[in-house]
Write a protein that binds this ligand. Structure first.
Ligand code: ZN
Length: 414
């Protein structure tokens, strides 16, 4: 590896291309966690790390850590994930890992840093195979229930417990990886935005305020299945009609409160062309950065569902599927992130993250955290069309390196 004492942003672009050539194909990136290709990507990373004066360790949850010992045991941690969804993009996750690698190389080339600096490659951020995201990061933060995970299988029927065992993970011991956070004074993560906001504002990079709180519910409307030919319109108890009205209403609720609401699935029974829908299950996802506003959006959706149910003469029942509070990144680090971006490209935008990230788990564990976003072209991710302009990738590496240096100073003062 290059021993230049200067940062070489181009190294990151070259490494990303090398990794993509090794683990992607015409359909996109294929670094699905707990598969051989993911193993290939991890080995590739290890080979790069072995060229640096770092200690490499794989923890009980299959996260890879590289430690550059500093004068102080207090540690700055930088990282992201190298796994991808099937047919994924070439930047999601690995941009953050490969940038951390270059910043680590840059710091190591300058001698012993004043604080310890570590790189982490989180295991299975995507949850694309077993439906459970943030595997490695949640094992470290402690939001990890082995009994829940033991039930999971992929679509071929392979059990998660067997797939992870091939990579040395015992679910009952995975939480022991939590010791990795000891001495961690700050966590930084660079990621592509995966949405259209920065591009629409013509901003190369953004400072991330935190991750949105999420309320996920299944709403069941129950009416009466009846013959499509013999039942007059005014005598129907159509469960789908109430769900359809709610789907339009949640868009108004989202607009009113500046959040996002999505009805991502609607399942009707009996689901045949000759019957009025007797039962309809609707899946609702609501997100906001402000907890009280998120609670109000949920309340308004519930009230609307009751109103529509009454008007359509059907019953309605709500079941919570999942919930997470908004997570705020550290205000000092958000400010340093903005400063680093402004110094690099002259302009900066602050924005929340709609998707969850490994950084959210680290912040939940109480570690001062911030993320930086690089603009995504066309707002696309989780597809081979995912891309970012090369000049923006180079800006991102430079800004992230600045942020690491500023964060080291911040750690020394705290
Ligand atoms: Zn990602």
């Amino acid at each position: 590896m290059n021993t230049s004492i200067s940062l070489i942003p181009q190294n990151v672009v070259d490494h990303l291309r090398e990794l993509h050539a090794l683990t992607g194909n015409a359909a996109g990136s294929q670094r699905l966690a707990w598969t051989g290709t993911w193993g290939t990507a991890r080995d590739w990373l290890r080979q790069k790390l072995e060229q640096l004066p770092v200690e490499i360790e794989v923890d009980e949850a299959a996260n890879t850590w590289a430690t550059l010992k500093g004068a102080s045991p207090k540690a700055l941690v930088m990282g992201s994930h190298i796994d991808s969804v099937a047919n994924g993009g070439w930047l999601d996750g690995c941009l953050g890992v490969v940038t951390a690698l270059e910043v680590l190389r840059h710091l190591a080339a300058q001698g012993v840093p004043p604080v310890t600096v570590r790189l982490v490659n989180w295991a299975d951020e995507e949850g694309a195979r077993f439906g459970r995201s943030l595997f490695g990061a949640s094992a470290v933060s402690g939001n990890f229930d082995p009994d829940e995970l033991r039930k999971l299988t992929d679509k071929e029927g392979v059990r998660l417990v067997d797939a992870v065992a091939k990579f040395g993970v015992d679910l009952d011991r995975a939480k022991e990886a939590g010791r990795q956070l000891k001495n961690t004074a700050a966590y930084l993560e660079l990621h592509i935005e995966q949405g259209p906001v920065l591009e629409s504002l013509n901003m190369p990079l953004g400072a991330v305020l935190g991750t949105l709180g999420v309320e996920r519910h299944k709403i069941t409307f129950t009416g009466q299945t009846a013959h499509a030919g013999s039942t007059p319109m005014e005598m129907r108890r159509d469960a789908l009609a109430a769900a359809a009205r709610l789907e339009l209403e949640i868009r108004e609720i989202a607009k009113r409160h500046g959040g996002v609401c999505t009805m991502g699935g609607v399942f009707t029974r009996p689901g045949i062309v000759t019957a009025v829908v007797g039962q309809c299950d609707a899946l609702l996802d609501q997100r906001h950065l402000d907890a009280p506003t998120l609670a109000r959006m949920l309340q308004e959706a519930k009230e609307a569902s009751q109103r529509f149910a009454q008007e359509e003469k059907v019953d309605v029942e709500w079941q919570r599927l999942w919930q997470i509070d908004p997570i705020f990144f550290h205000p000092d680090l958000v400010a340093l992130c903005e400063e680093s971006i402004r110094e690099t490209c002259g302009v900066v935008h602050r924005l929340p993250s709609g998707p969850l990230h490994d950084a959210a788990e680290v912040a939940r564990a109480g570690v001062p955290t911030v993320m930086m976003f690089a603009q995504s072209l066309y707002g696309l991710s989780h597809t081979k069309e995912e891309d970012t302009r090369e000049e923006h990738l180079l800006f991102a590496v430079e800004a992230f390196d600045r942020l690491a240096a500023k964060t080291i100073d911040w750690i020394l003062k705290h």
